[in-house]
Design a protein around this ligand. Structure first.
Ligand code: IMO
Ligand code: MG
Length: 438
């Protein structure tokens, strides 16, 4: 039995969490996992109309189904967020017995979050608009081979030595390269990490004590997840849940306005440790319109009342940061790029209900530069995406027909979602996907 990959086909926040939740409840599915991203991601699930919705940042959406849920080594893990999430689930009466977190996940440290904050400040008007979760600096330390992995939290002596070395590098970086003034103006960030700094100084002992305490609390969840995923794949279907969206990929997306781990199919393979031969189906998730958080080109952005209406109707405010998301019309160009680069077999279309009552609905089928048609982002060149003029089709008929037109412009739509609840989902599964799930 193989794996189904679920990938965001836009700039993130496509509703992957809800789609994974509905797939995870199907009979053949034995486990789900997250294998890329970190707590920059946010997914909201609503198991039933009477239950409150649950927002998670690290733990896969499948945890509410009771099926084994894995956080693979490709995820950058902030142990504070992870522990708080586990506690939150327990508070809601949801068991985490079936949660496993990779021993080899890289740890997001308080100094990573501060570095993220300082670097964004230095960039000024060129800032990426990150989630301030320390993703970039943690990924950089991983690449630089000075990162700390989860298993190291279990050994105080070793961790102490490692922190001495790394903090020895970070301290002058913060003070003399970023010229950090010792002040964190962002209140949320200050509350989260303020206790780990004194003036300009990183408080190593506070970090060490808390990391060791968290390591002890999280110990029972830490596993060799690579082996685990491969074991589950032999027993049934495993869902690989990506984070973010294809256009936020640092290699394939709208660089430099991207995240720092690969949310595309390659990232899922590397972050889980399974063979590409196990991937039986790639499901792309896209919204009936487009959103983006942070900076970067966004050709179909609506800076008008319609944009405000979509933002309000779709509750387009970040799960992680609360920031209002930039909203715009559906754009087939990024979705088609995601389809090509990830080998997407079918799509899930979400938030169709949000467009109800908006007329006309527009969707972009190609771009123009200087009056010349451009039929793909490749032909535009990612650096020129800010200069394109979107060419729209105007739509005045039913949402059902809108779906048909979107399919014609992109790919087969397997799942249609018109609300946050599990019951607000319609399936039109391809034979391939149906055979995998049932
Ligand atoms: P989910 O999983 C939307 C964006 C940030 C910023 C850029 C880099 O909910 O779809 P980072 O903190 O990763 O260094 O920020 O990436 N970003 C997301 N946008 N959804 C997400 O995740 C995102 N995770 C990161 O807004 O522009
Ligand atoms: Mg999100």
């Amino acid at each position: 039995m193989p794996a189904i990959a679920v990938i965001g086909a836009q700039w993130g926040d496509e509703g992957k969490g809800k789609i994974v939740d509905s797939l995870a409840t199907q009979p053949n599915v034995v486990a789900c996992g997250r294998f890329t991203g970190g707590d920059n991601a946010g997914h909201t699930i609503k198991p039933s109309p009477n239950e409150p919705s649950i927002a998670l940042n690290i733990i896969p959406s499948s945890i509410v189904t009771g099926k084994p849920s894995i956080v693979g080594h490709g995820v950058l893990v902030n142990p504070i967020t992870l522990y708080n999430e586990i506690e939150k689930l327990h508070g809601l009466g949801i068991s985490t017995e079936n949660l496993s977190v990779s021993l080899n996940s890289h740890v997001i440290m308080p100094y990573h979050r501060l570095e993220d904050y300082c670097l964004e400040k230095c960039k000024g008007s060129e800032s990426v608009g990150t989630t301030n979760r320390g993703i970039g600096p943690c990924a950089a330390d991983k690449a630089n081979r000075i990162g700390i992995q989860m298993w190291e939290l279990l050994n105080r002596e070793l961790l102490s030595e490692r922190l001495d070395f790394v903090i020895g590098l970070k301290q002058p970086l913060l003070e003399h390269v970023y010229h950090w003034d010792g002040i964190i103006t962002d209140e949320k960030l200050r509350t989260a990490i303020g206790g780990y700094f004194e003036g300009h100084k990183i408080k190593k002992d506070a970090i060490l004590d808390d990391c060791v305490a968290l390591g002890n609390k999280l110990k029972k969840y830490l596993k060799e997840t690579r082996e685990l995923v491969n074991k589950y794949i032999k027993a049934g279907v495993v869902i690989l849940e990506s984070a973010q969206g294809a256009l936020l990929d640092p290699d394939l997306g709208t660089w430099p306005y991207v995240t720092s781990t690969n949310p595309t199919i390659g990232g899922l393979l590397i972050g889980s440790g399974i063979s590409h031969k196990e991937i039986a189906y790639v499901l792309g998730v896209m919204k009936a319109y487009t959103t983006r958080v942070g900076g970067g080109p966004f050709p179909t952005e609506l800076k008008d009342e319609t944009g405000d209406r979509i933002r309000k109707g779709g509750n387009e405010y970040g799960t992680t940061t609360g920031r209002p998301r930039r909203c715009g019309w559906f754009d087939a160009m990024p979705v088609n790029l995601a389809i090509d680069e990830n080998g997407i077999d079918g799509l899930a279309l979400t938030k169709v209900d949000v467009l109800e009552g908006i007329e006309p609905i527009m969707f972009c089928v190609r771009y123009e530069i200087d009056g010349k048609p451009k039929n793909s982002i490749h032909s535009v060149g990612q650096n020129c995406l800010g200069m394109v003029k979107p060419v729209y089709i105007e739509h005045r008929r039913s949402l059902q027909e809108y779906k048909g037109e979107l399919e014609a412009a992109t790919a087969h739509i397997d799942i249609l979602s018109f609300g946050p609840g599990r019951e607000e989902t319609r399936y039109n599964l391809s034979d391939e996907l149906r055979n995998l799930l049932y």
